[in-house]
Design a binder for this molecule. Sequence first.
Ligand code: SAH
Ligand code: MG
Length: 210
Amino acid sequence: MTRRLELLQLARQVKGFMPDDEGEALFSAAREAGERRPEGTWLEVGAYCGKSAIYLGAAAEETHCVFYSLDHHHGSEENQSGWEHHDTSLIDPADGRLNTLPTWQRSVADAGLENTVIGLVGPSVVIAQHFPVPLDLLFIDGGHGAEVAWADYHAWTPKVVSGGTLLIHDVFPNPADGGRPPYEIYCAARESGRFIDERAVGSLRVLRAV
Ligand code: SAH
Ligand code: MG
């Protein structure tokens, strides 16, 4: 089996909320971004257990990019106890909080991607304020509440270089399908005139910075 197939298969097995077809679209969009701009710097907001990190990491490895996978690893609102996407096996008994960092580390190690996928552990906006490197690719899939999603939009999208790629997950134009904030920041990205649509697969949107 080729290295690429091995990684795509591994990604499918990691816990998370990304359907296989959207994961593969994520890989393809990133692979094309890396071909256009090899040796680039990439970042995702929202790492969870490392599923999207393997899809993106596979593309980063092939194109010699470095990919930062950012999360505070304590879950979003919808991952907390009582919510739809809660997974009790991810609770740290020491403090009763969700902790996805050990699972994320295991995913990246199993994939053999430790030199390509670099973890950043902490609050998105604090890291953004101190993250000086322009981004060739940005994937926004962090908190989906209005405040958090807009904070991510304002903190990170200005760092995307012209010709770079912006990916946004969980974009649901129809409110019946899911929460609005990712859709709203997607609309804002287009309306800003800085990004144009490239592709849509499921709830994944691929945009290019003009
Ligand atoms: N991209 C992942 C899923 C991410 S789920 C995948 O497809 O596999 C959303 C993640 O965002 C959660 O793990 C949560 O901990 C993280 N998150 C939410 N708000 C955050 C914030 N303000 N700073 C850092 N991480 C945040
Ligand atoms: Mg998502």
